[in-house]
Design a protein around this ligand. Sequence first.
Ligand SMILES: *Cc1c(COP(=O)(O)O)cnc(C)c1O
Length: 355
Amino acid sequence: MTHWKHLLRQSITSYEELCHCFPGRIDPAVAAVIERYPLRINPYYLKLIRTTGLPLFLQAVPRPEELNDPVGIPDPLAEETLSPVPGIVHKYPDRVLFLVTNQCALFCRFCTRKRHVGRPSMPGGDSSFAAGLDYLKDHPEIKDVLLSGGDPLLLDDDRLDEILAALRAIPSVEIIRIGSRVPCTLPMRVTKKLCRTLKRYHPLFINTHFNHPAELTDEAQLACHRLADAGIPLGCQTVLLRGVNDSPAILRDLLRGLLRLRVKPYYLFQADLTNGTDHFRTTIEEGRAIMRELIGYLSGMAIPTYALDAPGGGGKIPLTPEYQVASHDIFRFQSYRGELCSYPEPPPPPTHFST
Ligand SMILES: *Cc1c(COP(=O)(O)O)cnc(C)c1O
């Protein structure tokens, strides 16, 4: 068995194992949480939690609050409504999500797809995959297919090869994206063989997901460099999480560190209204204030778009801090340092010429 599969098998999945790993730190109510939302912490991430502490502990270890969420709903992004065939979520004109597995290397407690992940309820079998492919063939306006789940990189190399070959056989599909947290949560999954498979299907992009600078280990660096060396542009979709990374200093270290791993920060997501994750939410004002302390102080390459995935399926809404200052005749704004600046707009173009 390959090294990563062996590690995955050694994951802790039960209340008893969790108590054994973190003596005196697990509330008895967590047993019921695990019945509802499964637990998986693989040995790689477990070691990282042990050496770095709370911000990683909170991402992976269940809490009683997961069963006492006053506002969250199971499917805040209305993905079920936007799903024309099992596994496909078609929200935007030119691109879709294609959910190909419900498995992950770590079950993140703040997961937006908590209703499916790790449970048998999600499509992903061969028949739904065929239906998804037919949908893409019938909709040539779809140019960009995002493989997600679950984590597509938990599939075997052979299965991934089949999926990517089937997508590449559809001429209207221009780009393929894979959303995967594996470079962060189980970087040894990124083998040389995996990279040889992936690089046959360009243009292929990977958006990974790191939330804290402690996750930027030597192993993660090796995984990202291997993918980048295979010609795969890497982005990162971080989630803003209370107690994990809701501070400008932590995010600054994370975003700079990602660039060193050749990963371009793509989105910083406002937490979704997913049932069982309310205790992770910050306010949007806090998020904007944090962005204010990043923009201008960090390389522009390191700045993600802070965005809300609109409840009900409205799509991603950029939440940019406000720089414009009220003024009627001229464009006035503040710089990142707060200095007032202005920009005279050109006069409107003439609508007709005299002869
Ligand atoms: C986020 C998302 C996408 C991709 O959006 P981009 O802004 O292009 O990255 C596509 N489809 C669905 C359903 C999504 O939630």
